[in-house]
Design a binder for this molecule. Structure first.
Ligand code: WTA
Length: 706
């Protein structure tokens, strides 16, 4: 893709790509192929473009429908496509009830608490059925939740979280889970946006050996929602250890209730699953993009559930008798699709782990795998990098055997991929690199594990029924094998795509379709390519290599953080006049954030202001977003039109070349900032390391979306 004129850069991503070595294929073992769900190459045929959209019947037929649909794909209101129109179903019924006949006593979830002395808990399908019904009855009876109402969950990784999600689905309510690591303020903003009057939370949970007071965030959330004009009516508080209250904050009379007390009135209650239209919203998942506040990606019931069931079957190779562990947080889309909905729709056993990956040491994940007999393992590059750094030889010490491993969330470096394959997978497991995003519901690019060779660093071809295309800035197709990069789009609709942005249909069309739509009136889906938001290139074999976001999103350890959100958080500090967030290459977290701020006239820099900036980010977004460094600079490098040139400070933060600065209104400030930042980084022992071509290009191109 072309880099903006203003950025003044002369090299495009296309050119850097040439420097990459093409990796060789690695193939799965005959043993894996012999047991795979998709061993026959004819499956590609079944999902060929000529068979679109009917091919997705294969996915929908994995579910039980109350009413079968009459139209596979209804395109009458572009681009608000409807999948399986006329069909009705209940997601909770499909994930729980229908498995009881065969698997009542099989574990649906195996929950591993962080403290190693605590017992692992099995939640069987039968027990899950009970717990979901009771909580659904409580939501209806005690909290007055009706079909279509939104319920916000701010829950850590405990079984009560999927119980609450499935209970909402059972009664036709829309859940909106906010990652527990996010602040109360961030949660409150999302509550107000979605108009949810009920908050489901927990008193505390374990993380990295500490017990965190989580209920305190509920009070902040209620206050933040109120600031946005939303009155939260009920706060339902689960307890991490029954009978004990491990939070310092008092329960608010008439507003806060312990679930374990209230539920006594709902014991043994059964709630009939509400039959929902296929396109009824199942949940909201807030995510960051180029502008403004996070947007609520609204996912459907029928299309979404079909898509995650189908991709779980063919790409994760889940069989009901597998023990499958996705080491992500349910607070993100990966957890929704591939810890809860996909695996449960297929009736398998899904492992949930409460805590930090390397607690108390880097052997923990492998002990869990050995103890539980995990066969499928799913995690993100940031976790792989961390475990490799802290315990490169740990996996060999444990007797576990994976048949398949997944990586998701960020590009994975070929060296890291190889450690994952050789050491974690012991060269026995197939690796599936799955590329997708919150908006897509499920995988967009990946290799079919028994059929398509693995290529380290590439996610593979489009997933079944997914037809990607690369466009340049002018909308011209960038061909495969040219060594040039483009903006990756999906040409066709697919059942897992979000329906819209909650409450903002125009923003939905604008964000994902306005750039490349051929004809806004057209009801032919061919005119509506979906803009994914990543740069990518395609090799001759059709495999895609993902370069990263083209918007102002910084991917920190797999968390999508918008620069605008970070900057507006910092600007809540009265002393701060301007702020700019930039990514810094980091060995384990992929990228970390550095924040540049300038102060209002007459104020001088102080550690106090630096701390206020960090605290503001923690308060507004959460600890995950805490910047590595905050630099208080005399002035920001700006263009003559007054825009902050992020690529210049990004260059400084990464000890890289800042590129052409002749278009700046104040070029003299660059040397001053460089001098200051280098000196402080030296003092902190943050030594530079040589960046790869790809990393250098990313830094150079940063901020091009402006
Ligand atoms: C990035 C997470 C390279 C990408 C499921 C995307 C990846 C963003 C991969 C979405 C992958 C995800 N290889 N990059 N396998 N998977 N990404 O919404 O930049 O949290 O746009 O969804 O993560 O992040 P999100």
């Amino acid at each position: 893709m072309a880099i903006s004129e203003e950025a003044g850069a002369s090299v495009t991503e296309a050119q850097i790509a040439v420097h990459w070595r093409e990796e060789d294929y690695i193939y799965p073992s005959p043993r894996f192929i012999g047991q795979a769900n998709a061993p026959d190459p004819a499956i590609r045929e079944r999902f060929s473009e000529e068979r679109f959209p009917e091919c997705y019947r294969d996915y929908a037929d994995l579910l039980d429908w109350d009413t079968y649909w009459h139209t596979t794909l209804d395109t009458s209101h572009p681009p608000f496509w409807k999948w399986f129109a006329g069909g009705r179903l209940n997601a909770c019924y499909n994930c729980v009830d229908r498995h009881l006949a065969k698997r009542a006593n099989q574990a649906a979830f195996i929950w591993v608490p962080e403290p190693e002395a605590d017992l692992v808990q099995n939640v069987t399908y039968q027990e899950l059925y009970r717990r979901v019904n009771e909580f659904a009855a409580l939501l209806q009876g005690f909290a007055g939740v009706k079909p279509g109402d939104r319920v916000t969950l701010h829950m850590p990784m405990v079984p009560d979280l999927p119980v609450a999600m499935l209970a909402c689905a059972r009664i036709g309510a829309i859940h909106s889970e906010v990652f527990a690591g996010f602040s109360g303020t961030a949660c409150g903003g999302r509550m107000a946006d979605s108009g949810s009057k009920v908050l489901v939370t927990m008193d505390s949970y374990y993380r990295d050996g500490k017990i965190l007071d989580h209920k305190a965030k509920a009070d902040e959330a209620v206050a933040a929602a109120k600031e946005h004009g939303m009155e939260v009516e009920k706060v339902l508080v689960f307890r991490r250890r029954s009978g004990q209250y491990l939070s310092q904050t008092p329960m608010v009379d008439g507003r806060d209730f312990f679930v374990d007390e209230v539920i006594a009135d709902y014991r043994r209650k059964v709630v009939e699953p509400v039959s929902m239209p296929a396109e009824a919203p199942l949940f909201l998942m807030y995510t960051s993009g180029t502008t403004g506040k996070p947007k609520g990606a609204q996912h459907s019931t029928g299309g979404y559930l079909s898509y995650v069931a189908g991709t779980s079957k063919f790409y994760l190779d889940i069989h009901p008798e597998d023990t499958y562990w996705c080491f992500a947080d349910i607070g993100w889309i990966t957890g929704h699709s591939y810890i809860v909905y996909g695996p449960l729709a297929l009736g398998t056993t899904s492992v949930m782990y409460e805590g930090a990956p390397a607690y108390p040491d880097a052997g923990r994940p492998w002990r869990i795998a050995e103890q539980l007999g995990v066969g499928i393992f799913h995690t993100a590059p940031t976790t792989i990098r961390m475990l490799r750094k802290l315990g490169p030889d740990e996996p060999a010490k444990y007797d576990y055997h994976f048949k398949l491993m997944v990586t998701v969330g960020e590009p994975i470096e070929p060296e890291v991929w190889r450690w994952y394959y050789d050491v974690v997978g012991k060269r026995e497991a197939v690796v599936v690199d799955t590329w997708w995003m919150t908006e897509t519901g499920g995988f967009m690019g990946a290799t079919l594990p028994a059929l398509e060779g693995m290529k380290p660093g590439s996610c593979g071809p489009g997933a079944l029924g997914i037809y990607p295309v690369l466009y340049d800035e002018e909308g011209k197709v960038v061909e495969a094998g040219t060594g040039r990069a483009g903006n990756i789009c999906i040409r066709n609709p697919w059942p897992g795509r979000m329906l819209t942005i909650w409450g903002q249909p125009e923003r939905f069309v604008q964000t994902y379709y306005s750039k490349y739509c051929h004809d806004k009136q057209s009801t032919d889906w061919h005119d509506w390519p979906f803009l994914c938001g990543d740069g990518a290139m395609q090799a001759m074999d059709g495999y895609y290599r993902i370069l990263g976001r083209i918007d102002d999103v910084i991917n920190v350890a797999g968390h999508r953080l918008g620069t605008k959100e970070l900057e507006s958080a910092v600007l809540t500090v009265p002393e701060i006049a301007e702020a700019a967030a930039v990514p810094v290459i980091d060995e384990t977290r992929g990228r970390v954030v550095e924040m540049y701020i300038s102060l209002k006239p007459g104020l001088s820099p102080s550690p106090d202001i630096e701390n206020k900036a960090k605290a503001a980010i923690e308060r507004e977004i959460g600890k995950v977003a805490r910047p590595k460094n905050v630099w208080i600079v005399p002035d920001m490098p700006k263009t003559r039109s007054g825009k902050i040139m992020r690529r210049v400070i990004a260059g400084i933060s990464n000890f890289a070349d800042v590129g052409d600065i002749t278009t700046l209104a104040n070029p003299e400030v660059v040397e001053a900032i460089r001098h200051q930042v280098y000196a402080e980084k030296n003092a902190r022992g943050e030594a530079p390391r040589p960046l790869t071509e790809k990393e250098l290009e990313e830094i150079k191109a940063f901020g091009r979306a402006e």
